[in-house]
Ligand binder design. Structure first.
Ligand SMILES: [Zn+2]
Length: 155
């Protein structure tokens, strides 16, 4: 669990960087054998691409750069629960394990908007599911989201 917190801290640091770069505060880290192999942050505004989420972009870039097409030996740390799209990418990439901080329901309750247990819905209805560890450094993850969305409003 110590290791999960270490890598989650990095994902949360990247979420702050994303906000500093004018994007929404989400970060992701890919780990294999206790080593970070790739990182990414949300880039929706800087790339004018509303699919440029941290997790999807990380999977696309890592697989394209390395030729790896099966992530069953990898763990992805996400500062917040992955959305339907990114959870779908995790299914297609056969990700071994997912660790996230705040859940989508916790984020949406901050925003007074409607959330869902999105990653669980995708995984339960797919042919494959990673192992999932939710809620790692939840409070720290939520604090970054609260700071950002209270200043910027929700989209
Ligand atoms: Zn996403």
């Amino acid at each position: 669990m110590k290791q999960d917190e270490f890598f989650m801290k990095e994902a949360i640091r990247l979420s702050r960087e994303a906000a500093r770069h004018g994007n929404e505060p989400f970060g992701a880290v890919l780990v294999r054998d206790g080593q970070i192999v790739h990182t990414n942050e949300n880039q929706i505004y800087s790339r004018h691409d509303f699919t440029a989420h941290a997790e999807l972009g990380l999977i696309q870039a890592f697989c394209a750069e390395t030729g790896v097409t099966d992530l069953h030996e990898y763990t992805l740390y996400s500062s917040c629960e992955p959305c339907f799209m990114c959870s779908g990418a995790m299914v297609w990439a056969r990700l071994g394990r997912l660790v996230y901080g705040a859940s989508d329901l916790e984020l949406c309750s901050l925003l007074s908007s409607r959330g869902s247990p999105c990653s669980r819905i995708v995984f339960e209805h797919s042919h494959y599911s990673p192992q999932v560890t939710p809620g790692v450094l939840r409070a720290e993850s939520l604090e970054v989201l609260r700071e950002y969305f209270s200043a910027h409003g929700k989209h």
